[in-house]
Design a protein around this ligand. Sequence first.
Ligand SMILES: NC(=O)c1ccc[n+]([C@@H]2O[C@H](COP(=O)([O-])OP(=O)(O)OC[C@H]3O[C@@H](n4cnc5c(N)ncnc54)[C@H](O)[C@@H]3O)[C@@H](O)[C@H]2O)c1
Length: 315
Amino acid sequence: MKTASICAGVIGYSYALKFAMGGNEVWAQNRTEKSSELAKERVRESLNSLVTNGVYTEEQEKEILARIHFTTSVKEAVKDAGFIQESSTEHYDVKHEIVKQIEEYAPEDTVIASSTSGLLVTEIAKYARHPERFVGGHPYNPPHLIPLVEITKGEKTEDWAVEKAKEFYKGIGMEPVVLQKEALGFICNRLQMALYREVVNLVLSGVCTVEDADKAVTFGPGIRWGIMGPSLVFELGGGQHGVAGLMTHLHDSISLWLNDMADWKEFPPETAKILQEGVRAELADRPAEIGNTHESLEQYRDKMLIEMLKLHKKL
Ligand SMILES: NC(=O)c1ccc[n+]([C@@H]2O[C@H](COP(=O)([O-])OP(=O)(O)OC[C@H]3O[C@@H](n4cnc5c(N)ncnc54)[C@H](O)[C@@H]3O)[C@@H](O)[C@H]2O)c1
């Protein structure tokens, strides 16, 4: 199928790559030749890393690359496209302008997904001719490696558009989840921040270091969460009584913990400085092979991510 990734910046280039990895022809659009070159470079580097890590052969790499077309024309990108993703800068006025350009040339019934991290689909599609086909398709960076995509609806989004988006993302090996109503931060950012608030609380109150909080997550619940979600983990923890049994059994203890945990609405002012010092100490303690600089940490993350995705049969 012909697809389009409009505004191929950090997210848009990676979505374009993912669409092509899923067997689609994709037109990656940028405003200038210069940013088009950068997108091309990013695609090449990411594909190279997938070859180095044994996901693709050089032959497959060439085939995927051949399915990605770079253009500076929105018209060329969206004409006859069967799915369109827009990843422009996070401002309503920019998104309104992009929506207008896309709708001028796109087929009327093609789903248009926005990568927005927090803007409302209703507002993004406010001046659209066909707001019923707009959805949010919020990825996790980089979308060519992280399977999750959070689908959100606007007030005028119709169910067929959500279904089509779901089908499309599933078809390229992503894992869509649908928000039944709009929620700030969607699902994942709320979950991440709920945990991180408590990490900061534990560090600020002297219970543990940043390094030990990271270790506790990585080698404790995190390693299980990489396999299944917290409710399934607790289902097993509850033995034959399942998650309901676990919640009942631990009810009194859990209430004590919850009462003792942070419920701030803002991080205390000293947070950033203390976290940065903690991370510096943590990095200094790490052996180079598991990453102890930004660059090596990123390489280690991607290598491990690829191994985990192989286990999940997502690559
Ligand atoms: N970076 C992330 O981690 C991340 C994660 C999830 C979602 N998102 C969302 O993805 C979208 C893109 O973010 P990004 O990080 O790729 O940003 P980016 O700056 O890398 O890319 C933005 C793209 O928009 C284009 N652009 C900027 N101003 C424009 C204008 N006035 N008219 C037309 N095009 C314009 C740029 O040329 C670029 O191609 C945002 O909505 C962001 O919230 C980002």
